[in-house]
Design a protein around this ligand. Structure first.
Ligand code: GLN
Length: 235
């Protein structure tokens, strides 16, 4: 009815990679919720359909493989817009600003990458955080052992169990982790990478991209975005 072609009748199918709270994670009942989910729900409502979420590795999302294979209509995964990804995906207008942050166990005095010489630093595979840290370590010729984990849960678990002495990921996910697990870790340093998140569609899917952009713009102008931000991100 909306004129936007969808892979499944009556549904807007979203590819995401769980868990990535506060953007997407399962609540106590097993339902996938979060800031990204709420924003894509606005798109689904606009199209007169319901959102269906597919949990799939981040690699397939950021490479465009999932969208090209028709696994989903849209990708919503706290995903940073990068020039490399723009070659294989079409991104919406930015909907969130992010930076990278270094988390360490409470009581740790480690604050800089230089101080990680001879130590293990965890990152999440395939992410902008991994790329940033690997580039820094190479450029500064630091003797840091960078260890990549398959998802955020594995990275946070590695930090919690001292398999690594620090872990780098997007700042909002550390803020959320600290809220959920008070007293365990602290943010020791921030790296202002100036990242912006975007939702993505298959290259050339202009009809859906327009609907996504309109939903974001409307939410920003009518106060819905601020309300959802307060609910999921806080201040
Ligand atoms: N924002 C980061 C990136 O795009 C991490 C995304 C994620 O792990 N879901 O690489």
């Amino acid at each position: 009815a909306s004129g936007v072609p969808l892979i499944k009748t009556g549904a807007l199918t979203t590819c995401t990679h769980l868990p990535y709270a506060p953007f997407q994670s399962k609540d106590a009942s097993g339902k996938v919720v979060g800031f990204d989910v709420a924003l894509i729900d606005l798109v689904a409502t606009k199209l007169g359909v319901t959102q269906e979420i597919v949990d799939t590795p981040f690699e397939g999302i950021k490479s465009g493989t999932d969208l090209n294979a028709g696994k989903c209509d849209v990708a919503a995964a706290g995903m940073t817009i990068t020039d490399e990804r723009k070659k294989v995906l079409d991104f919406s207008v930015p909907y969130f600003d992010a930076t990278q942050a270094l988390a360490v166990g409470t009581g740790s005095t480690l604050k800089t990458l230089e101080e990680f010489a001879g130590k293990r630093l965890g990152v999440q595979g395939g992410t902008t955080g991994e790329e940033y840290i690997k580039t820094q370590v190479a450029e500064k010729k630091l003797d840091v052992e960078v260890v990549s984990y398959k998802d955020l849960a594995a990275l946070q678990q590695a930090l919690a169990t001292n398999q690594v002495e620090g872990a780098v990921n997007d700042l909002p996910v550390w803020n959320e982790y600290i809220k959920a697990n008070p007293g365990k870790v602290t943010v020791a340093a921030g790296f202002d990478t100036g990242e912006q998140y975007g939702f993505a569609v298959k290259k050339g899917n202009a009809a859906l991209l327009t609907a996504v952009d309109e939903a974001i713009r409307t939410a920003k102008s009518d106060g819905t975005y601020d309300k959802l931000y307060a609910t999921w991100i806080g201040d």
